[in-house]
Structure formats: structure tokens, C-alpha cells
Design a protein around this ligand. Structure first.
Ligand SMILES: Nc1nc2c(c(=O)[nH]1)N[C@H]1C(S)=C(S)[C@@H](COP(=O)(O)O)O[C@H]1N2
Ligand SMILES: [Mo]
Length: 453
């Protein structure tokens, strides 16, 4: 189609057209599937390939740290830890989560969440860079092409689903009561399968495109400079607009922009995984939860006693009893009984699945293995099933593995940082286990049942 020079017949040739007239005279195709609809001069194989290579590394790390996080929940140990149907199949890789180093889950989950948030601009830019392809017609030219389009659907849909559910869980704190984990877990497998297929097909081309740019041979590499285009070629030439708009930024500049956005997200997120004073720099971390205040108990609170429905009357010296069951029967211990047992200290963090964690806190209490020994499990303690006073909510019960019970740093904690636990941190007693996700550190403990689960 030939461009019309005059619209409404009144623009003198020597004057630039006002913006609205430019729009009026615009003869761009109206359908996103038409060639020439997408006009950004930035699109091209180099831009797409650079973003793709970043995602190749980043998403692989996200997948591995995600699987590791799932293993850390002890999902295979007891149905209360995880009720994902089909985990026997997808959880083929599950292993006994170690207790060393004691900051293990802090590191893996901090990496998972921080990296996931940091990659959001890269993911969006990558999708934007290939959007003309998503609209390409005909939808399928052959069976092979149809299969490729379906795998792209799973890739794009799976990616958006994983990033969205992840961010919602971190930001909105369990909008999916109990069901986030299976959704995010199934989604991860679907997404990663499509991702691997995509990577196998595209990585060689992406590497070639990245190298070509250096040699200045990319198809359409000079589009941004207004030079003539060598049109579609192998390796992504179809991403180059046949009729690009004038450039406002170079491709390299656009990449820096994406990198800058990632850096900004990183800088305003990472503080939550470092904790301490840096937590205040985590502007994007969810706020508005319970204010932990200052002093020995002044660290992050996940669920308050009030939220969990813990009544002061049931935690008082008179009312509260810890019920411990094992091979030789059941014992009931009041707080005074526990205080007569040997007390031990360990410096351990709380590290939540949401990515935040605290620096090491100084916990003091009774070793879990000493409690196991009280009910007939000397030497080699078994798994334990922990129940809270809390009556409702997904995290009122958890199962710990034998290696966690046996670790001398695993405590039923009564004190933190030299003071009694505050009601919000689990008074009168809570579990603290090295290297474990926060969700296994049950607060307001009422009952421990030792035995192979
Ligand atoms: N009974 C009970 N224990 C619980 C929870 C809960 O909701 N109920 N939340 C868990 C989660 S998800 C985390 S991250 C830690 C947080 O501990 P904190 O609030 O002392 O920092 O407590 C764990 N223990
Ligand atoms: Mo948590």
C-alpha cells in the first residue's frame, strides 16, 4: 500500500505532521497477525537471543531451587506436610533434607524468590520481543509446526503462571490456602518440560545470534540506524519488522533498560533474605504484617498468636502441658518440668518459603533428641510428628525427619535471644531446626509424637 501524503489536504510538505495527523494518515495493518503490524525497530534475533540466554540460566536455577525447596518440606514423610496428589511420581527425586549448613534453606529459598523477582523484566521483555510470532498465521502449517505452537503455548502460559503464582504467594501471603504448593509444583513441571524442549531447539541459534552480532552480521542489525534490511532469514529474521518505526533507543540501550529494571527489583527485594538492618531496604517485601517491634523478640513474625487463635489462658503456667508420646508411652510436661531438663543453645535463622529470612537468632530450650529419649528412643531417635495448640490452619502440624530430630541444635525452644518467647513467636514453646524451612518450625507446640511415620 502506498502511504498517503496528505490527510485532510492541509499539511504543507515542509512542516512535520502533528502527531494526530500522523495517526490519521497511518496505514498500518490493523491485525496483529499482519506483517508490518509490529513496528518496533528493537525486535530482532539478537535482542531475543540475549534475553533468552539470560532466561536459560535463570530459569534453570529457579527450577532446581524450587525442587529443592519442595524436598525441604519433607513432603514424603507424612501427609500433613504435603498433600500433593501424584507427588510419588513427580517427587521421584525427593531426599532427606540435611541439617547442614544451618543456613541452607535461607540460601536456596532466598535465591529462588530473589532471582524469580529479578527475572520478571527479562521475562516480559522476552515475551514482548517475540510477540509477533505468537500471532503469526496460519496457526499451524504442519503437524510439526502445530506441536511447536502448542509447546510455545505451554511455555508462555506456564511461565506466566509460575511467575504470577510465585509473586502472589510472596506478596499476598497465602491467597491460595493450602493449594499454592501443588499448583506451583505441577506448573513448574509443565513449564520446565516446555522450557527444555524450547531450549533444545533454540539455544544453538541463540548462541549463533549472540556471536553474529559481534561480527555485525545480524539480519536487520542496522535497522535501528535506518539502514536497509536484509529481511527474514534463519534464526529469527522474522522478528525484524519489515517496516520499522524510527528508533528511539538502540537494542543495546533497550537491553540496559531491562537490566536496570531487574537491578532495581533486585535491590528492593534482596534485603528481606539478608535480614537485620538490610530488611528495611526490601521495599518490595510485603509490609503491613505484624510489627515485630524491637528487643530480643524483635524479628519478623509470620502469623501472630491472635491470628492463630491462641488464647493466653491455654499457654499459662497452669494450663499448658506438653504431651510427649513414644515407644514407652506418654508423658506430660509443664514448663517447670522442661526447665529442669538440660537446656541448650543454638544460633539458627527462620527462613520462610516466601523468601524472607532472619539472621541467626539465639534460641534456648530442650533438645528434641532428649525429649525422644524421655519416651524410650535413646541413641537413635525416630521421626517426630509435631502438633500446635492452634486448631485451624495449614501449619499447625508438621513432621520432622529422624536426622532433624537427632541434630543436637534442634530444639523445643523456650527462650530467644535471652528472653522468653513472645506470644507471637510461639510462647510457651516452639520447634527450631537447622537448615529447615520456617514452616517446619511449629509455634505454640502442644504435642510431640515420636515414632516412624
Ligand atoms: N502453629 C504455627 N506454627 C508456625 C506457623 C503457623 O502458622 N502456625 N507458621 C510457620 C511459618 S510458615 C514460619 S515462616 C515460621 C515463622 O516464625 P516466626 O513468626 O517466629 O518468625 O513459623 C512457622 N510456625
Ligand atoms: Mo513460612
Amino acid at each position: 500500500m502506498r502511504r498517503q501524503r496528505f490527510v485532510m489536504g492541509c499539511a504543507p510538505l515542509h512542516q512535520p505532521l502533528p502527531a494526530y495527523r500522523r495517526i490519521m494518515r497511518d496505514d498500518r495493518p490493523r491485525l496483529p497477525s499482519s506483517p508490518g503490524f509490529w513496528r518496533s525497530p528493537l525486535r530482532g534475533p539478537w535482542f531475543t537471543s540475549m534475553l533468552g540466554l539470560v532466561l536459560l540460566v535463570g530459569i534453570t536455577v529457579l527450577f532446581v531451587t524450587g525442587l529443592v525447596s519442595y524436598a525441604a518440606y519433607n513432603p514424603g514423610l507424612d501427609p500433613v506436610n504435603d498433600q500433593t496428589p501424584g507427588k510419588g511420581f513427580l517427587g521421584f527425586y525427593l531426599f532427606a533434607w540435611p541439617t547442614n549448613p544451618h543456613w541452607l534453606y535461607r540460601a536456596t529459598q532466598g535465591l529462588h524468590v530473589t532471582l524469580g523477582i529479578t527475572l520478571i523484566p527479562v521475562l516480559l521483555a522476552k515475551l514482548w520481543s517475540v510477540v509477533p510470532r505468537l500471532f503469526a498465521l496460519p496457526p499451524a502449517r504442519s503437524l510439526a509446526h502445530a506441536l511447536e505452537r502448542i509447546s510455545l503455548l505451554l511455555l508462555v502460559g506456564g511461565g506466566l503462571f509460575e511467575f504470577t503464582t510465585g509473586v502472589l504467594n510472596v506478596q499476598l501471603d497465602y491467597v491460595f490456602p493450602g493449594s499454592f504448593y501443588p499448583l506451583h509444583f505441577y506448573g513448574a513441571w509443565v513449564f520446565f518440560a516446555a522450557f527444555v524442549a524450547h531450549a533444545v531447539l533454540k539455544v544453538p541459534t541463540a548462541l549463533r545470534n549472540a556471536r553474529r552480532r559481534r561480527a555485525g552480521q545480524e539480519p536487520g542489525a542496522h535497522a535501528a540506524a535506518g539502514e536497509p534490511l536484509t529481511a527474514a532469514g534463519p534464526g529469527g529474521g522474522d522478528l525484524v519488522s519489515p517496516r520499522p518505526d524510527p528508533p528511539t533507543v538502540s537494542r543495546r540501550g533497550a537491553l540496559w533498560f531491562v537490566g536496570g529494571a531487574s537491578l532495581l527489583l533486585f535491590a528492593t527485594t534482596v534485603g528481606q533474605s539478608i535480614g537485620g538492618a538490610l530488611r528495611r531496604t526490601a521495599l518490595l517485601a510485603p509490609h503491613g504484617g505484624a510489627d515485630p517491634g524491637s528487643g530480643p523478640n524483635g524479628f519478623q513474625i509470620n502469623k501472630t498468636a491472635a491470628y492463630a487463635g491462641i488464647d493466653a489462658a491455654e499457654t499459662g503456667e497452669e494450663a499448658w502441658r506438653l504431651v510427649v508420646t513414644g515407644r514407652t508411652g506418654t508423658v506430660r510436661l509443664g514448663r517447670a518440668d522442661l526447665l529442669r531438663m538440660p537446656l541448650h543453645s543454638s544460633a539458627l535463622p527462620i527462613a520462610c518459603v516466601e523468601g524472607w529470612s532472619t539472621a541467626d537468632q539465639w534460641w534456648r530450650g530442650v533438645r528434641l533428641r532428649d525429649l525422644a529419649a524421655l519416651v524410650g528412643h535413646d541413641g537413635d531417635p525416630p521421626d517426630v510428628f509435631v502438633e500446635s495448640l492452634q486448631r485451624h490452619g495449614a501449619f499447625r502440624r508438621a513432621a520432622l525427619r529422624a536426622n532433624q530430630v537427632a541434630d543436637p541444635r534442634s530444639l523445643l525452644a523456650l527462650y530467644v535471644n535471652g528472653e522468653e518467647l513472645s506470644p507471637d513467636h510461639g510462647y510457651p514453646a516452639r520447634i527450631i531446626v537447622p537448615a529447615a524451612p520456617g514452616v517446619l518450625n511449629t509455634k505454640w507446640v502442644a504435642r510431640l509424637t515420636f515414632g516412624d511415620l
